[in-house]
Write a protein that binds this ligand. Structure first.
Ligand code: NAP
Length: 278
């Protein structure tokens, strides 16, 4: 597994992590419940995707509890990211939410604490003040945001006085390229890690579709002996500021996703995909 620096910090995170939306809830038809979900996460860790993304809102907090079950004695070697919900962005609410997440995650610190969505009715400066307090207390190590525009990201950065804003988690995949016009170049310039969510378009990439773009993808996949999903993830992590967090409850999906790292597509093939899916 390759690693990338997290924002301007000295932390390094794997280029592929595991997502948890649905984990601990209805997860998927493959899942027989919490034990199966925890097993899928653990397999991801064993395959070196030692970075897990969750949120206080996922399965009403139960997703964080399943993450705790999966991480157990491996705490120091798994990078845990979670998120505070937009309705909890007042100072005291951020502190309370973090405390609850720490309890559910059964840990004394969160590696990356992210604002899940912006809330324009709560000043970002108030939220970031609480985040910096949590850093000072050692309860979180890094600060991130999610679903923030360029302008909102800039405001969040400016609201921090002692810490850096290290990441923005946004939707990004071969079929959703909307960040490429603004946020991606901004993040690159500012050394903010882009954590790509729904990186395989919620499983749609594996299904393919009609049209020339899918032929381009299939041709490249067969050239490298990889699947569509592996090529789509590899294309994402080849971009400098980007890491990706595919979610998989199926063990076979986990194995397949882990195989998206550890090899490199030629620049020519990356550009062919850029053009085909633009
Ligand atoms: P995703 O990772 O693009 O896709 C997940 C879906 O694809 C699941 O149904 C999974 O099935 C299936 N899948 C996984 N690997 C596969 C493979 N190799 N071949 C075929 N199908 C495969 O979508 P996502 O869950 O929306 O996004 C990933 C993570 O990003 C989330 O879990 C969450 O942690 C985060 N996220 C964040 C936000 C935000 O607002 N910040 C929003 C959405 C998501 P099985 O589970 O059955 O294996």
């Amino acid at each position: 597994m390759e690693f990338k620096e997290l924002g301007k910090s000295d932390a390094k995170i794997p280029v592929l992590g595991v997502g948890t939306w649905g984990i601990g809830g209805f997860s998927s038809r493959h899942s027989g419940g919490d034990d199966d979900d925890a097993r899928a996460l653990r397999l991801g860790f064993d395959l070196e995707m030692r970075f897990v993304d969750t949120a206080e809102v996922y399965a009403r907090g139960h997703s964080e509890e399943v993450v705790a079950k999966a991480v157990k004695s491996q705490r120091e070697s798994v990078f845990i990211a979670t998120k505070v919900s937009p309705e909890n962005l007042h100072y005291a609410d951020v502190i309370r939410s973090c405390q609850s997440s720490l309890k559910r995650l059964e840990t004394s610190f969160i590696d990356l604490y992210q604002v899940h969505w912006p809330n324009t009715s709560i000043p970002i400066a108030e939220t970031m003040k609480a985040m910096e307090h949590l850093v000072a207390e050692g309860r979180i190590r890094h600060i991130g945001v999610s679903n923030f525009s360029v302008q909102q990201t800039r405001e969040a950065q400016e609201a921090l006085s002692k810490s850096t804003l290290d990441s923005n988690q946004v939707e990004y995949s071969l079929v959703d390229r909307s960040i490429e016009d603004g946020l991606l170049p901004y993040a690159d310039k500012e050394h903010i890690t882009v954590i790509a969510y729904s990186p395989i378009a919620r499983g749609q990439i594996s299904k393919g579709g009609r049209g020339e773009r899918w032929q381009v993808l299939d041709k490249i996949a067969s050239r490298y002996g990889k699947t569509r999903t592996q090529v789509a993830l590899n294309w994402l992590i080849a971009k400098k500021p980007v890491v990706a967090i595919p979610k998989a409850a199926s063990l076979n999906h986990v194995r397949e996703n882990a195989g998206a790292a550890g090899w490199q597509m030629s620049l020519e093939d990356q550009e062919a995909l850029d053009r085909a899916f633009k």
